[in-house]
Design a protein around this ligand. Structure first.
Ligand code: OGA
Ligand code: MN
Length: 294
């Protein structure tokens, strides 16, 4: 447990490679500047924070999220409208279907390890996810420290990725679904997406992190398909072989914020017979990922 003189919350690290609980705050009613500063410091230190037992309405969720920076507009639904008309910053994630219509995005699927929207030039720096209805079992969200992933790379592999960039595929969601308006197949050169360094330096912590996005359709710029796949497989095997993971088992009223610049996340599969309903916001970054090689 750590407390700081300025703020008045308790920070309880998870004991895993990342993640901490923030205890002693009701975000619906009290948040001083000093306490927010303490929370932001803890976030930079632990990459993922959880606030249990909250009762947030959408206005408070949006207002708290906006303390971290300007909010992105949520993607619109298939009908072209925001999920919540009065709060277009909020994305609804749900597996619930009403009258044949999905209430939210991402359904029941298992999601692969990913960073959110890294196929954009300027990916969000943070995502906040709030649990409104959660199943008793299934649908856990896992987080993975990309600082630790970088720190533990074999020296030879770390050397080989200095100065190397990767193209992040824009055509599929984290559940593997083809996004509206994209085709089934592209060459690596033509594929829509954004190019980022494989090693980045976090602007707040100054620490270096691997920057991987997601494995499907990634391409190491300039390499042949075979050489690119070999290097990416080596990096993702490093991820799979190390347990720098913290698992969030959801309770109603949990709010989780993750740092999208230095953590991967994924979701385990959901039983379609259970209900899961979450509201999410995303905070814009102010600069594109900065290369972390010396
Ligand atoms: C997301 C996401 C995971 C989850 O909102 O970006 O990956 O557990 N969600 O729903
Ligand atoms: Mn995601």
């Amino acid at each position: 447990m750590t407390t700081s003189a300025a703020g008045n919350v308790e920070v309880q690290p998870s004991g895993a490679a990342l993640g901490a609980d923030i205890v002693g705050i009701n975000l619906q009613t009290d948040l001083t500047d000093a306490t927010f500063a303490q929370i932001e410091d803890a976030w930079h230190q632990h990459s993922v924070l959880r606030f249990r037992g909250q009762q947030l309405d959408d206005d408070t969720l949006a207002a708290f999220s906006a303390r971290f920076g300007a909010l992105d507009m949520a993607p619109v639904t298939r009908s072209g409208k925001p999920y919540i008309l009065e709060r277009p910053e909020i994305t609804v994630l749900s597996n619930v279907v009403v009258d044949g219509k999905a209430m939210g995005a991402l359904g029941n699927s298992e999601l692969v390890w990913h960073q959110d929207m890294s196929y954009n030039e300027l990916p969000p720096k943070a995502s906040l996810l709030y649990g409104i209805e959660v199943p008793k079992e299934g649908g856990d969200t896992q987080f993975y420290s990309l600082y630790e992933a970088y720190n533990t790379l074999p020296a030879d592999l770390a050397r080989r990725i200095q100065g190397v960039t990767c193209k992040h595929d824009a055509t599929r969601t984290s559940s593997g679904e083809l996004r509206h308006g994209y085709e089934e197949s592209y060459s690596n050169e033509e594929r829509p997406g954004a190019v980022h360094p494989l090693v980045v330096r976090h602007p707040a912590s100054g620490r270096k992190a691997l920057y991987l996005g997601r494995r499907p359709n990634a391409w190491i710029v300039g390499l042949s398909n075979a050489d690119s796949d070999a290097l990416l497989d080596e990096l993702w095997a490093h991820i799979a072989n190390h347990d720098f993971v913290w698992t969030q088992q959801w309770q109603v009223g949990d709010l989780v914020i993750w740092d999208n610049r230095c953590a991967l996340h994924r979701r385990n599969q959901l039983d379609p017979a259970t209900r899961r309903l979450m509201h999410r916001t995303q905070v814009q970054d102010v600069a594109t990922p900065v290369a972390g090689w010396d």
